[in-house]
Write a protein that binds this ligand. Structure first.
Ligand code: PRP
Ligand code: URA
Length: 210
């Protein structure tokens, strides 16, 4: 799985365990997803380009130091569960613009249904990170990325908390150019399309619905 990166930092793994636990209530679930998103943002931004600048420090003039070389970033949460990862990402990438793609998974067919798209006008110039806690069958992420590409997006990464191998495989077939960042790659999907062991329905647990 060459373009799949499991971010196995101990803090991410520790917090993910509490996210998975069924006893974890909405408030803690939301806070933990937020914290894990920040930790994943730290890992996913490791390869941002830097450039040299000259600074005067209190000790010496014209020291060479480095700053980010101004890459334009965009975050695209898939509604609604992806929204739970936005604030945690923005803590580390405050200048990112944010687009939204609204999809829900039809409970009968498990196929994604698009209901909303609103994106920054310059998405073709931005490095986009698509956010969704769950990559299950892969249908939602594939459809969201189809939607972004059809509107001109060129550089896209996908960041999820938990994925099933089935969804990863379909994503790789559909979008081999999109690197996938995960907190965990789980065992399988069950017959209802839920990730096993997973964490249940991410949207319901984030928003206290159902
Ligand atoms: C969940 C989840 C993903 C999708 C993953 O959303 O947040 O978007 O399912 O499943 P897939 O990989 O099989 O497409 P859901 O449709 O439950 O909508 P919600 O975020 O509004 O709860
Ligand atoms: N969507 C979820 O929220 N959880 C799953 O396990 C699968 C799809």
């Amino acid at each position: 799985m060459s373009n799949v990166y499991v971010l196995d930092h101990p803090l991410i793994q520790h917090k993910l365990t509490y996210i998975r636990k069924k006893e974890t209530g909405t408030k803690d679930f939301r806070e933990l997803v937020d914290e894990v998103a920040t930790l994943m943002a730290f890992e996913i931004t490791r390869d941002l380009p830097l450039e040299d600048v000259s600074v005067d420090t209190p000790v010496v003039d014209n020291a060479t130091a480095q700053v980010l070389s101004g890459k334009k970033m965009g975050l695209v949460p898939i509604l609604r569960a992806g929204l739970g990862m936005v604030d945690g990402m923005v803590d580390l990438i405050p200048a990112a613009k944010i687009g939204h793609v609204g999809l829900y998974r039809d409970p009968e067919t498990l196929k994604p249904v698009e209901y909303y798209v609103k994106l920054p006008s310059d998405i073709e110039d931005r490095e986009l990170i698509v956010l969704d806690p769950m990559l299950a069958t892969g249908g939602s992420a594939i459809e969201a990325i189809n939607s972004l590409k059809s509107r001109g997006a060129k550089q896209i990464r996908l960041m999820c908390l938990v994925a099933a191998p089935e969804g990863v495989e379909l994503m790789q077939e559909a979008h081999p150019d999109v690197d996938i960042y995960l907190a965990a790659l789980d065992e399988k999907l069950n017959d209802k399309g839920y990730i096993v062991p997973g964490l249940g329905d991410a949207g319901d647990r984030l928003y206290g619905t159902k």
